[in-house]
Design a protein around this ligand. Structure first.
Ligand SMILES: *Cc1c(COP(=O)(O)O)cnc(C)c1O
Length: 355
């Protein structure tokens, strides 16, 4: 399908759950809206774009997504602006990354306008599900998976593209105690760490569980080769303010090119604060923490938003940072992002896609 405007068949849910949903008790990813989007890829093209009631779908138990992990996802958010309008934050960036993931996993791309239009159509149907409270939004989860009903480690010839939406509140509610992970590896050069491939997250579960058993909230992944350089923080990008400069690992095979990361960098440049995208060694961070030059550290991601680091542990040595409530930089980033998303300040970069 290559047409400019997408034909989407909408079947309304006759048993909506919106009225019974308590928006003050949202657990991230547990509450789904009344509808979802589904499309099929077969015979070399995308077709059957439909918005249908949220619910179970029938699938063969042999689909290769289940056996060989030909599956990936995206994550973005829609916001209820101050004047009641609805916006999606930078969906074009997610569309581009969606296709990067697809390429790496031998899966079909989805033209950017089909991706954006189908998501906008679903968000439009679910308008009333978008929370109005501060720090709340509608989380959007597009994903694609292989559906050929055969065993065999070859790319599937059929796929499903789906989109789910969830009203959500804050993901993290307190400063994070994190450690540098120096045993396990999330991604290696030549691998697919830069793709939002399902398998990357399965592989991270054991290291995460271990870190939590040790009393940490999150871990900072380090490079696969030497475990000497910071890469990401859980499923968020990691950023440090050292000596008044924003320093963050440069994107590469092993690092997810985050939309929040890109946004924070753009804002920081607007403010005239120096930005360095490069390799960042653990030694540099530890030294800066010891000398007091590490004045801020946080994770940046759509789900996590701006998640302040309270303390960092390296090989059993704990470095406590300043009280996040008093940090000028990450609070400014957090507040500016919210002001743009909720339409309280001018969107000079054109990041809000109005639905
Ligand atoms: C999704 C994700 C991020 C953050 O990307 P955003 O586009 O900002 O949401 C960072 N790292 C990993 C590993 C991720 O999966």
């Amino acid at each position: 399908m290559t047409t400019e405007t997408l034909d989407i068949k909408i079947t309304k849910n006759t048993q909506p759950r919106l009225a019974q949903t308590d928006f003050s008790k949202l657990v991230f990813g547990h509450t789904f809206t009344d509808h979802m989007l589904v499309a099929d890829y077969a015979d070399g093209e995308w077709k059957n774009f439909q918005i249908i009631p949220y619910g179970e779908i029938g699938l063969s138990p042999a689909i290769s997504a289940l056996h060989y992990g030909q599956a990936f996802f995206e994550g973005m958010k829609a916001y209820r602006q101050q004047d009641g309008q609805v916006s999606i934050f930078r969906p074009d960036k997610n569309a581009a990354r969606f296709n990067k993931s697809a390429q790496r996993l031998c899966m079909p791309e989805l033209p950017v306008e089909l991706f954006t239009q189908s998501i906008a159509a679903l968000v439009d149907v679910e308008r009333d599900w978008i929370p109005t409270a501060e720090n709340h939004s509608l989380y959007i989860r597009p994903f694609m998976f292989a559906t050929d009903p055969y065993l065999g480690v070859v790319p599937s010839s059929t796929y499903k593209f789906m989109v789910l939406t969830c009203p959500v509140g804050p993901y993290f509610t307190k400063p994070l105690r994190v450690k540098f992970e120096t045993h396990f590896t999330r991604a290696a050069e030549g691998g697919f760490g830069y793709a939002k491939a399902a398998g990357n997250y399965a592989g991270a579960m054991l290291p995460n569980r271990r870190a939590m058993e040790e009393g940490f909230d999150q871990l900072i992944w380090t490079d696969a080769k030497e475990h000497l350089y910071a890469e990401e923080m859980g499923a968020a990008n990691v950023m440090f303010l050292i000596d008044g400069k924003l320093i963050t690992p440069s994107t590469r095979d092993t690092i997810l090119d985050g939309v929040t990361r890109d946004t924070v960098i753009a804002l920081t440049k607007d403010w005239g604060v120096p930005v360095e995208e490069r390799r960042v060694s653990i030694a540099e961070i530890v030294d800066a923490a010891k000398s007091g030059k590490l004045t801020d550290a946080f994770g940046a991601g759509t789900a996590a938003t701006i998640a302040p680091v309270g303390s960092i542990n390296y090989n059993g040595e704990e470095y406590t940072l300043s009280d996040p409530a008093t940090r000028e930089y990450s609070n400014k980033v957090f507040n500016t992002l919210n002001d743009i998303r909720y339409g309280r300040t001018a969107d000079t970069h054109g990041w809000n896609y109005m639905v």
